[in-house]
Design a protein around this ligand. Structure first.
Ligand code: AMP
Length: 249
């Protein structure tokens, strides 16, 4: 069974984001980029499925500037077999990415596509759902457990009230939540081996997809700074302040 995994290059989660002075976006100069953390979980899950003999080939796909091939290399070092990079210097919004992924799915015919539940840069949480809708495939989003059979998958989903289990008929789309697994670090021998694994490069035009943005970012601003708290002397003072100052009780 072939598994496709979507991996996005994003500003590293440890970086303190700086907003550009003109509010047009964030400052990405001299900033470390890494694979989106939820996508690391997606790659790990695919590699475990392969190790368990359930997946036969793992294809890692990324869309973005040419440098996104580094993100694919990371996926290859973790255990993916080959990569596909769709290069574009335009801003790629979730609908564009979903359309590009759909075009790749039509070429590659995987039985399972695994994405992160969200990219930590746009926090959109849309691409997996849009891809499933465009393909007309079942979807299991926010997965904390995936059990794969030959024609079905059981996905445990993290929902507000607890856990929900859905049974999907393959082919299907799964998006990963934090508790699905703990991604491995690539070992040095595997990083070396990954250098020899193939990465195909395509363009949106070759896939017949118009990636023109549909949404306009009006302004990006930092959240207001939180005021520092105070220590109260007693429970009575706390209750008094909640009642008379904060007026919340
Ligand atoms: P989003 O809907 O933007 O929050 O992204 C959800 C997931 O879609 C991510 O975790 C990735 O798996 C996938 N994805 C989004 N954008 C890209 C991209 N440019 N390249 C590869 N995968 C992407």
């Amino acid at each position: 069974m072939k598994v496709l995994v979507a991996v996005k290059r994003v500003v590293d989660y440890n970086v303190k984001i700086r907003v550009k002075a003109d509010g047009s976006g964030i400052d990405t100069g001299n900033v470390k980029f890494s694979m989106n953390p939820f996508d690391e979980i997606a790659v790990e899950e695919a590699v475990r499925l392969k190790e368990a003999g359930k997946a036969s080939e793992i294809v890692a796909v990324s869309m973005g500037p040419a440098i996104a091939h580094e993100t694919i290399r990371t996926a290859l070092a973790m255990g993916a077999d080959r990569g596909i990079l769709v290069t574009s210097d335009e801003e790629l919004q979730p609908l564009a990415v979903a359309k590009l992924l759909k075009a790749i799915v039509e070429r590659e015919a995987p039985k399972l596509v695994i994405l992160g539940k969200q990219a930590i840069d746009d926090d959109a949480n849309q691409t997996g759902q849009m891809l499933a809708a465009l393909l007309g495939w079942p979807q299991g989003t926010f997965a904390s457990k995936v059990v794969l059979h030959s024609d079905t998958a059981e996905v445990t989903r993290e929902v507000d009230g607890g856990l929900e289990m859905v049974a999907l008929t393959l082919p299907a789309v799964v998006t990963t939540d934090l508790r699905l697994n703990e991604p491995r670090y690539a070992s040095l021998p595997n990083i070396m081996k990954a250098k020899k694994k193939p990465i195909d490069t395509l363009t949106p035009a070759e896939l017949g997809v118009d990636v023109t943005p549909r949404l306009v970012t009006l302004k990006v601003e930092e959240p207001p700074k939180r005021k520092s708290g105070i220590k109260v002397g007693s429970v009575a003072e706390l209750v008094d302040r909640l009642k008379n100052e904060a007026k919340v009780i």
